[in-house]
Design a protein around this ligand. Structure first.
Ligand SMILES: C[S@@+](CC[C@H](N)C(=O)[O-])C[C@H]1O[C@@H](n2cnc3c(N)ncnc32)[C@H](O)[C@@H]1O
Length: 218
C-alpha cells in the first residue's frame, strides 16, 4: 500500500482560476453538484466545459493495467466513472478485462462511450452494490472528495471491501497553503478536502490498505 501516481501521463488541462472563482456562488455550486448537463457539458466556469472523449485516458489505462497486473478475465470497477471513457480505454489496452463503471450521474451514464454503455451502473460510492472481494481491482479517480467526510470514509471502506489491498484512490488535496488557496478558488463540488495527512488519517479510519494519489492544482 502506498502513494503512486497512476495519472502521471494524463495531459494537463488549462484552468482559468480567476473566472471560476467569480462563478463560485452557492447557486452555481448547487447546480454543479447535480452532476447533470451543466456540470459535464455546460460552461467551463460551472464544470468540465465539455466532457468529450479524446483518448487522454489511454496511457493511464496502460499504467493501471500494469500496476495491478490485470489480464483477460479479471474484473475492475471504476467508481465515479462519469461517461466511462477510462472504462473504454481499459478494455482497449487489456482485451477481455471485465470493466464496470459506477456513477451517481444519470446524465453522464446515458451519454457515455457506446462501447461500455451496458457496463455502467448508477449508484453511489458509499454503498457499492457488489459482493465482498468481487473485483480484481477498484479505482476511484477524482470522486471521493465529493462526499461529506463520513460518507467518504464509507466510500473508502467500500473500495477496500470489494478488492482488499487492490484499490487506487485519487482525491483533491494540497501540500501548501498557496496550493490550498488555488484549490479553494477553483472547487465547486468537493465536500471534503484536506492536506495529505488528513486524507491518510481518513484512509486509516476506513481500514484502507490500497494505493492513492492526489490531484493538486498549481
Ligand atoms: C470530477 S468527476 C471525475 C470523473 C472521472 N473519474 C475523471 O477523473 O475524469 C467526479 C465524478 O464523480 C461522480 N460522483 C459524484 N458523487 C458521487 C457519488 N456519491 N458516487 C458516485 N459517483 C459520484 C460525478 O457524477 C462525476 O462523474
Amino acid at each position: 500500500m502506498g502513494e503512486v501516481n497512476l495519472l502521471a501521463r494524463l495531459p494537463g488541462v488549462h484552468r482559468n482560476i480567476a473566472k471560476r472563482h467569480e462563478a463560485q456562488s452557492p447557486e452555481n455550486i448547487a447546480i454543479a453538484r447535480q452532476y447533470g448537463e451543466t456540470y459535464f457539458d455546460g460552461p467551463r466556469e460551472l464544470g468540465y466545459g465539455g466532457y468529450r472523449y479524446d483518448g487522454r485516458w489511454l496511457p493511464v489505462a496502460e499504467d493501471i493495467v500494469r500496476h495491478f497486473g490485470l489480464k483477460a478475465g479479471d474484473r475492475l470497477l471504476d467508481v465515479g466513472c462519469a461517461k466511462g471513457f477510462l472504462a473504454k480505454d481499459l478494455r482497449q489496452v487489456c482485451p477481455g478485462l471485465e470493466v464496470i463503471g459506477l456513477d451517481v450521474s444519470e446524465y453522464a451514464l446515458t451519454r457515455g462511450a457506446p462501447e461500455v454503455r451496458g457496463r455502467l451502473v448508477r449508484g453511489s460510492a458509499e454503498a457499492l452494490p457488489f459482493p465482498d472481494g468481487s473485483f480484481s481491482a477498484v479505482v476511484s479517480l477524482n470522486t471521493i472528495h465529493n462526499l461529506a467526510r463520513a460518507d467518504a470514509v464509507r466510500a473508502v471502506r467500500e473500495v477496500e471491501r470489494l478488492a482488499p489491498g487492490r484499490g487506487f484512490i485519487q482525491v483533491d488535496s494540497y501540500r501548501t497553503p498557496a496550493q490550498r488557496d488555488v484549490f479553494l478558488s477553483w472547487v465547486l463540488t468537493a465536500k471534503f478536502h484536506d492536506y495529505p495527512e488528513g486524507w491518510l488519517a481518513l484512509f486509516r479510519e476506513a481500514g484502507y490498505t490500497g494505493d492513492w494519489y492526489w490531484t493538486i492544482l498549481e
